[in-house]
Design a protein around this ligand. Sequence first.
Ligand code: AMP
Ligand code: MG
Length: 402
Amino acid sequence: MSRFLEVVAVADAVRTAISIAPAGAGETVPVEQAAGRVLAAPVTADSDIPGFDRSVVDGYAVRSSDTTGAGPSSPSLLQSVGRIAMGMSDTALVLRESECAYIPTGGVLPKGADAAVMIEYTEGAGDTILIKKPASHGENVLLRDEDFRKGETVFTTGRRLTPQDAGVLAACGCAMVTVAKKPVVGIISTGNELVPVTARPGPGQVRDANAPMLAAWLSEYGCMPRIYGIVKDEREAFESVITRALPECDVVLLSGGSSKDDRDMTAGVIAGKGEVIIHGIALAPGKPSIIGRIDKKPVFGLPGHPASAFVVLIAIVRPLLNTMLGLTSAPLRTVKATLADNIPSQRGREEYVRVRVENGVATPLFGKSGLLNTLVKSDGLICIPAGFEGLEKGSPVDVILW
Ligand code: AMP
Ligand code: MG
């Protein structure tokens, strides 16, 4: 660690990571599978939506001018001249003065009508309908192109689609959606002390927490994680797994062994097969991180401590994935809060502190960096920029939620 004489600013590390991002590709998926994916081509409405003037209430289609001044004690008396059926357009039905027609929610507004009155404000007496509330022009009516106009851009490239978006896409006639291909991200855990999750650790052993954690986050972020298991701190074994992973992945994450101790092999292995571009980032936790490249593919060395690995994933790897996915906005979920305690920090490095957030107050959890429990007792991270010597109690902060 002491040999990290030169560390690179987070912004520079991010720039480097982005600069080595392989070009992303696109693919088409059925609209019902598009949520969570990033749009790779803009979507335009294939027609006016809803496509016809329609009522948004159950009631009577009216000419608004016929209802002027209507009230409970002075209703407008209108003649019912028909009932509108759902899914049908009765072009023969035209409302003339003092006429109305029953209309269900979503029904096609008949010609002549320009508003609808809710059934609650009407009373039927045979074909005569008492309208007890005035309707203004356009009231309770959606116009044919009010949602989207034919040819209008509904979504632009780079949007991460939500389930609601899938509904809009379907309404716009988009059965297949062009989205960014999921980057395949290999995960290799290194360490003689590591055992798989299914094993009971013996003395000195710990379970591999990083692979499932990284994989889970990557899946949620729209990538395809590929876990290559645990590799001993032996150069040959390490190299052979990387050699296997590279052709199968777009990006490879190596967890553990990223520092500059004699036993840390990650940098040596990357340098042997490609290039180490950055080794050491002004980031805490996460300083002993590596950005490298083998066969034109980005290879990251993440520190073994799960909390550190996670911060590097968020701060450094995520921007590269954003580029590959073509995400125009990188939606980190954040909330504003007020800091409950002073947080000291070293000027010159970007520091991420885990915090718990309750009622708008962010309480820092100053756990030892090797502890796992602060990852789950916390709600997220706050970032103290490199130029700050800590933050004072009461400062407004943006919490990056997990
Ligand atoms: P390293 O970065 O290899 O020096 O590891 C730093 C610390 O993180 C050591 O205490 C390791 O045991 C621990 N560690 C490394 N890899 C993992 C992992 N995959 N899961 C949980 N802890 C790990
Ligand atoms: Mg290790």
